[in-house]
Design a binder for this molecule. Sequence first.
Ligand SMILES: C[S@@+](CC[C@H](N)C(=O)[O-])C[C@H]1O[C@@H](n2cnc3c(N)ncnc32)[C@H](O)[C@@H]1O
Length: 247
Amino acid sequence: MSEPLISAPLVFRDDGTPYSPRHDDIYHSAAGALAQARHVFLKGNGLPARWRGTPRFTVIETGFGMGVNFLATWAAWLEAAHRPSMLEFLSIEKYPFSADDLRAAHAAIIDEDAFAPLSDALASAWPPLEAGLHRLAFSAGAVTLTLAFGDAADILPRLADLGFTADAIYLDGFAPARNPDMWTPQVFASLARMSNYDATFATYTSAGQVKRALVESGFAYSKVAGFGGKRAMLVGKRAHIRYVIES
Ligand SMILES: C[S@@+](CC[C@H](N)C(=O)[O-])C[C@H]1O[C@@H](n2cnc3c(N)ncnc32)[C@H](O)[C@@H]1O
């Protein structure tokens, strides 16, 4: 659990959108990283409304990247009138950035002042780039971030064995055609095992291979309006079997 990882280089396209040369894809919609996080991942999972009356809420994300989704979720939690006393966020990342690049990325793509202290806290707590689990705590321990550095296909079944569970799932690999490893039926099968009864998911994509893998793994999806010029995205939940008792 301690082999060094390959870190991601911080590269921007000419329009300022962070870009991965390895996957030939962008980290966020060019229409805005924070706006995408809010529309696709928070709203797509019914947050913050679903936090009302919940003592503890867990999010699992595939692809931590620059942590914009984590920062947006933490900021929403800080602002929410009704929120869980514990927010636990688990995110998987195979190619993490260095702490310095994380800071630089946030400075370039997040233009809301309220995020500066959150970005600084995250970069200051950033762990060494070693494979395995790294647990960080924020907001006096009420918000935890477990970073699982490694390949999603390897690490998700182990996290499921360890008993990690999800109330909301953020599916945020690069585009399925460019990053197929993040969208396999095996990845979804582990996420299905980790889903709590009312677990929901959201993703910016509506690709056919994702819909098929979701259904094969026991999730039910709906198509809703996408973000940043995308006509559709997917939201949904674990499909539960209904037992009908006949008399
Ligand atoms: C679209 S970006 C995620 C953006 C991120 N959620 C954010 O808020 O900044 C996709 C991420 O998936 C990671 N990734 C790609 N293949 C992976 C794999 N097989 N296992 C784990 N992470 C992977 C990439 O390194 C990249 O950081």
